[in-house]
Design a protein around this ligand. Structure first.
Ligand code: FAD
Length: 390
């Protein structure tokens, strides 16, 4: 069976690798000159910056992505973070543990869990019932992990993500950063005679009686199955069928910072509470020193207004305060929105992998399973593979 994969992001490459192992004939089409979409490295001044992700796998070696990579035979080493998370609260650093959250806030959490069974509850409603520390953590967690604010988050949709995060015990960092994951998947695809065509954008998909004609570059080829890694909206455009319209991406700004001396000093996330914008930071060189000559600190903020210059100014003010007294250089400020967002669909609003067409599926963010970021992408890919095999 012939499969066309549109886009070489994480979802596309996971699907391509697993199906190529199962004997499917794979063509991956990528419009850009590099493989990996928002999950690969960019080398700059001796540091491995990234096209998107903060070199973090949200549930580390115990999560769905790590499990799927092992199943696919991808050789990736993920270093689990220790501690999982720390808080920068009122100028002091403290490890995040259950007992840091007052009993009253924990009981209120249970109350809102029950309420959310009966009606749609926004996290902003629930946060008013929390103490300052718990509220600070909630805001920082949503901003760092999902690039959203409590106003944009539905309690019942975030709950499964929270439970998975607690169950898996924290994030991890792949040795070699995001690119090591993409390289391992590329190796599997090519070793199974799959083809990856860079600089070859797909212009149209035409459904046929059986299968699809795919217009890529100058060629038109027939495929039995199409897996699209470009989200429902863009897939609809290729079909000339705008079947998905109400899809809202999440935006964010990432700062890559070099330091001679470590600032965080461990492999976990430092959540920054009660700031203007910056929600958290990680220092990936503590897990893999080869990610930078010196230390590479990555900070992230959600975007709260339409004025990107203002947003960056707010983020930079935070960074100046947080890093006061430390010698550092900002290597890059990258802003993410629209067609290259943090998430193609805001957390909790994914619309599944099905399209109106049999044998045409969507993978990647925007078609995630019930989990966070790349873990959700892995669950979405698993569902598509299962459907193809049925
Ligand atoms: P994408 O990365 O969207 O790739 C799709 C590919 O399709 C692209 O290469 C594109 O060029 C190609 N394409 C588009 N149109 C066409 C066409 N017509 N023909 C051919 N090719 C086409 N997640 C985490 O788990 N951990 C993190 O630490 C993390 N941090 C993040 C920080 C930031 C700042 C950002 C932006 C994202 C972060 N994420 C993180 C999210 C994660 O990076 C993305 O969810 C993930 O990389 C998206 O993968 P995808 O499979 O949707 O593919």
């Amino acid at each position: 069976m012939k499969v066309a994969v549109i886009g070489s992001g994480l979802g596309g490459m996971l699907s391509a690798a697993i199906l190529s192992e199962k004997g499917f004939e794979i063509d991956v089409f990528e419009k850009l000159p590099f493989i990996g979409g928002r999950f690969t490295n960019i080398e700059y001044k001796g540091f491995q910056l990234s096209t998107g992700a903060l070199h973090m796998v949200p549930h580390g070696s115990r999560g769905p992505l790590a499990k799927l990579l092992r199943r696919a035979g991808a050789k990736v080493e993920i270093v689990d973070s220790k501690p999982a998370g720390e808080a920068l609260y009122k100028g002091r650093r403290t490890e995040i543990r259950k007992k840091k959250f007052p009993l009253k806030s924990r009981l209120n959490f249970i109350k809102w869990c029950l309420k959310s069974r009966f009606r749609e509850v926004k996290i902003s409603e629930f946060e008013n019932d929390l103490d300052d520390f718990s509220r600070g953590f909630l805001r920082a967690f949503l901003g760092w992990s999902l690039s959203i604010t409590p106003d944009e988050a539905i309690f019942s949709k975030i709950l499964p993500i929270y439970h998975q995060t607690v169950k898996c015990g924290g994030p991890g960092i792949p040795i070699g950063g995001c690119k090591s994951v993409i390289d391992a998947l590329t190796e599997i695809v090519t070793s199974n005679d799959g083809r990856i065509r860079k600089r070859t954008g797909v212009k149209a998909i035409k459904p046929q009686d059986y299968g699809f004609s795919v217009y890529a570059g100058k060629d038109i080829k027939h495929y039995d199955i199409v897996i699209s890694n470009i989200g429902h909206v863009e897939t609809g455009k290729l079909l000339n069928n705008e079947y998905a319209t109400h899809v809202e991406p999440s935006s964010g700004i990432k700062y890559s910072i070099s330091l001679k001396e470590p600032f965080i000093g461990h492999t976990g996330v430092l959540f920054t509470f009660n700031t203007r914008r910056i929600s958290g930071m990680n220092e990936v060189t503590n897990a893999d020193p080869n990610l930078g000559k010196g230390h590479l600190l990555m900070a992230h903020q959600p975007v709260l207004t339409n004025n990107i210059r203002y947003e960056i100014a707010q983020g930079l003010k935070d960074l100046r305060e947080i890093l006061k007294g430390h010698e550092y250089e900002i290597l890059a400020i990258q802003s993410y929105s629209d067609g290259w967002p943090v998430n193609r669909v805001k957390a909790g609003q994914d619309i599944g992998f099905e399209t109106p067409y049999r044998n045409l599926y969507v993978v990647g963010d925007g078609a995630k399973g019930d989990d966070i970021e790349v873990e959700g992408i892995a669950l979405g890919v698993e569902r598509v593979i299962k459907r193809i095999e049925e």
